[in-house]
Structure formats: structure tokens, C-alpha cells
Ligand binder design. Structure first.
Ligand SMILES: Nc1ncnc2c1ncn2[C@@H]1O[C@H](COP(=O)(O)OP(=O)(O)OP(=O)(O)O)[C@@H](O)[C@H]1O
Length: 242
């Protein structure tokens, strides 16, 4: 690991554009290679606001995001989002088959250097316990769990460096939740020390399973003091230097 974080939120803040109310108080947070972070906290405390800000999906009202030590310029945002992927609670799928959905990113300019690999997609589906026919299923007929598995495979096949998971299993059955967790575990283990994740969850047991570093959001304030309380400490990965 180097001391330069993958992603650094340097004093970032967000306000309600209409009422001016603070949604995220100025927050400095570093995500290093190998980090697996969980964020819990009450509903409406700003967990999604923070994660969306980190993903550069919403404009910042203060501060900046750096990626490998450099500010992310406007032209570099697509490349940043390719590497720092945001997974939402309710995935948006296109009409058509699962395979159509998995092929879709490769039509975008940002991914013109890579090609859809059906065998790789099928192998990810198998990892999630889905059979040979999964890629041919119609997206409109998928269960909530299958839709989220599809959305996650769509991201994983593009080899992101960071996953920002915003309650990805909140409305799923336990089997689907475990499949999602398994895919993320496998992605992490595939490249030791070269990936990092933040998982927002309301489930303390899941936060424990999916992280070594546990933060709590309360009223727009990210509390670092809960670090390592949520999980037995695995010192596979060095501490972030902050
Ligand atoms: N773009 C926006 N403009 C104005 N207010 C917003 C915006 N996005 C979120 N909010 C408000 O910010 C607060 C925090 O929302 P956020 O979705 O981050 O909560 P959360 O901690 O993720 O909650 P939950 O656990 O229920 O998903 C809420 O009061 C929400 O209504």
C-alpha cells in the first residue's frame, strides 16, 4: 500500500439547494487500497448523500474529491465513475434480457477499450448461484434479488477499483443478500490490496461481515470513532494513515 488513498474526500459538504440546510457537514475521509468500510446510522442521516458525493454523482457545495492524489477534473469523471462504482438499492435495468443489460455498458464511449465477455458474465452469475439460463432471462421477470445480482455483475465485469454499495440488499431475501455479499467478497479476494469498498447497511451483522472499519453517520456527521468495533479485526490490510 502507498500512503496516497484511492479516494480522498477533502472537507466535502452538501446542502439542500432549496432550503440551504446542511445535508452533509464538512467531512474528510480517506479510502485506502484494501479498506473495507461499513457505514451505518439512522434513516435520513446522510449516508446516501455522502456516498453519492463520493461517487461524484451530485455536485459538492464545499471541498473536493481526489483520486490517487489528484483532483478529478470534469473530463475525468467518466473514468472515475468507471473505477469508483456506485451500486444503488433499487437497480435500474433496461428492457430486454439479462445479457442485454450486461452488454449495455460496452456501447458507451468510456468502455470502448473493452469487450463483453459472455463466459466471464456467466461465471459471475454462477458465483451468485444462478444457472446457465440466467443470462437469457427477461429483465422484467427478474425478482428483486436477481435484478440486484444483474446490476452488480454489470459493474463487476468492468473491473472497478472501488465499490460504493448503498444498501444493496435492503429489500432482498436472505439468499439473494448472501449472493450479493459473496460476489463482493470474491471481487475483493480476486485482487488482494487492490480493491476497496464502502457498504452502507442498516444490518449490524452485515456491516460486520462486510468490513473491518465501521463508521456511523448521524445528522450529516460521519463518526470515525466506531472503527473496528463492528468486526473482529483482521490485520490483512494496513490501517489507513489518517
Ligand atoms: N438532493 C437532495 N436535496 C435535498 N435534500 C436531500 C437530497 N438528497 C437527500 N436529501 C435529504 O437528506 C437527508 C439524508 O438523506 P439520505 O438519503 O442520505 O439518508 P440515509 O442516511 O441514506 O437514509 P436511509 O438509511 O433511510 O437510506 C434526508 O433528509 C433527505 O431527504
Amino acid at each position: 500500500m502507498t500512503d496516497v488513498p484511492f479516494v480522498l474526500a477533502d472537507g466535502i459538504a452538501r446542502r439542500d439547494a432549496v432550503r440551504g440546510q446542511a445535508l452533509l457537514q464538512p467531512t474528510t475521509f480517506a479510502l485506502h487500497a484494501g479498506n473495507r468500510v461499513a457505514i451505518t446510522g439512522p434513516s435520513g442521516s446522510g449516508k446516501s448523500v455522502f456516498l453519492r458525493a463520493l461517487a461524484l454523482l451530485d455536485p459538492l457545495d464545499a471541498g473536493r474529491i481526489t483520486w490517487h492524489g489528484a483532483a478529478v477534473q470534469r473530463a475525468a469523471i467518466p473514468r472515475y465513475r468507471r473505477n469508483v462504482a456506485y451500486i444503488r438499492q433499487r437497480p435500474a435495468l433496461l428492457d430486454g434480457s439479462v445479457e442485454d443489460n450486461l452488454r449495455y455498458p460496452f456501447e458507451l464511449r468510456t468502455y470502448r477499450d473493452v469487450r463483453f465477455d459472455r463466459a466471464r458474465a456467466a461465471s459471475l452469475a454462477a458465483q451468485a448461484g444462478r444457472g446457465d439460463d440466467f443470462l437469457d432471462k427477461s429483465a422484467s421477470e427478474l425478482s428483486g434479488g436477481e435484478a440486484q445480482i444483474t446490476a452488480l455483475i454489470r459493474v463487476l465485469q468492468l473491473a472497478p477499483e472501488v465499490l460504493l454499495l448503498d444498501e444493496p440488499t435492503a429489500s432482498l431475501d436472505p439468499e439473494s443478500s448472501r449472493a450479493i455479499e459473496g460476489l463482493v467478497h470474491a471481487w475483493f479476494d480476486d485482487a488482494p490490496g487492490r480493491h476497496a469498498s464502502i457498504w452502507v447497511s442498516h444490518d449490524p451483522a452485515q456491516a460486520t461481515r462486510m468490513s473491518e472499519r465501521h463508521l456511523i453517520m448521524r445528522a450529516g456527521v460521519l463518526d470515525e470513532t466506531a472503527r473496528h468495533e463492528a468486526a473482529p479485526v483482521h490485520h490483512d490490510h494496513p490501517e489507513p494513515g489518517q
